[in-house]
Design a protein around this ligand. Structure first.
Ligand SMILES: NC(=O)c1ccc[n+]([C@@H]2O[C@H](COP(=O)([O-])OP(=O)(O)OC[C@H]3O[C@@H](n4cnc5c(N)ncnc54)[C@H](OP(=O)(O)O)[C@@H]3O)[C@@H](O)[C@H]2O)c1
Length: 270
């Protein structure tokens, strides 16, 4: 099974390292990118590289699109026609299935994915959606590839990928904002910058680890650490009274709406 990457940037590099960690031989991976400097970085992993996208896809069983949205249409239109057995996996944000299908041969098997930035550290979560041409083994292979940079979930309708974008795609930034706000508050409470940063970041790590335990439920975890009349309750009461759940709800809805709009911007009907 040969896997070709179109685009040899950050995400391609992480996916390739994930594949190698799970045992894919280097000679079964090829990456294409017009930038030789990007290819040189990946060539050090022992994989094949080329500046010609057509060469990369020629003998590939799987073609991974890891390029920017704004060039995706042109790149796909310039590829030689793919064979029906070649699975296309797109991690391109905001390019919908209809556009991919318009730019690729009829009935091409395509899996559209929405990973998130922690994938660069092997700690991502990816939403996947397959079109009707994707068979069972291809679904497994696509999921294996994305699981190399974290974990994954399938969605049954493409519109749910916009919800995935709003929750996990943009999600790391929500936690960063909360951490940023907590660091600022820690400083205001009289702690120094390094102590504040360490307390906030390690608290986030600890809370995330607790929430990742099997069967852990955030609401139960929150109740368990909230003693009646205690300090945590005092803080959570302020967050509730000042509408944090509503703010989060409105924010995720705005992200989903924006994902829908962006899909129109660089798609085949733009
Ligand atoms: N990074 C993330 O956390 C993340 C998360 C979710 C989704 N995504 C999506 O994943 C995709 C890749 O993201 P990335 O962060 O890996 O971007 P990136 O580092 O910019 O990688 C894209 C690569 O494509 C190359 N490229 C440009 N024109 C090309 C062409 N005609 N043929 C082949 N390759 C070409 C670029 O080269 P130049 O630099 O020379 O232009 C660059 O090396 C994007 O669509 C992004 O939306 C990324």
């Amino acid at each position: 099974m040969t896997i070709a990457f179109i685009g040899a940037g950050n995400m391609a590099g992480s996916l390739i390292r994930g594949l190698q960690t799970s045992g894919t031989p280097a000679d079964k991976i090829i990456a294409a990118d017009p930038a030789q400097v990007q290819l040189d970085a990946l060539a050090r992993l022992g994989i094949q590289t080329t500046t010609d996208n057509a060469v990369a896809v020629d003998a590939a069983d799987i073609v991974v699109l890891a390029i920017k949205p704004q060039i995706t249409g042109n790149v796909l239109k310039q590829l030689p026609p793919l064979q029906q057995h070649q699975l296309v996996i797109s991690i391109v944000a905001g390019i919908d299935m209809r556009s991919l299908q318009d730019w690729l041969p009829n009935k091409q098997p395509i899996v559209r994915c929405m990973p998130n930035t922690p994938a660069l550290l092997g700690a991502g979560i990816t939403g996947l959606f397959a079109n009707a041409s994707v068979n069972g083994p291809q679904r497994h292979k696509a999921q294996d590839i994305l699981n190399g940079v974290g974990s994954s979930v399938w969605v049954s309708e493409e519109s749910q990928l916009d919800a995935v974008t709003a929750v996990s795609g943009s999600g790391p930034a929500y936690y960063f904002l909360l951490m940023e706000s907590m660091v600022a508050s820690a400083l205001a409470l009289g702690l120094d910058a390094e102590t504040s940063r360490k307390l906030v970041v390690e608290t986030a790590r600890g809370a995330a680890l607790m929430a990742c335990e099997p069967n852990a439920d955030p609401a139960t975890l929150r109740r368990n650490v909230t003693s009646p009349g205690g300090t945590t309750e005092a803080a959570l009461n302020v967050m509730q009274e000042q509408g944090l759940p509503t703010t989060v709800d409105n924010a995720l809805q705005a992200a989903k709406d924006r994902a829908e709009t962006l899909a129109l911007e660089f798609g085949s009907e733009a």
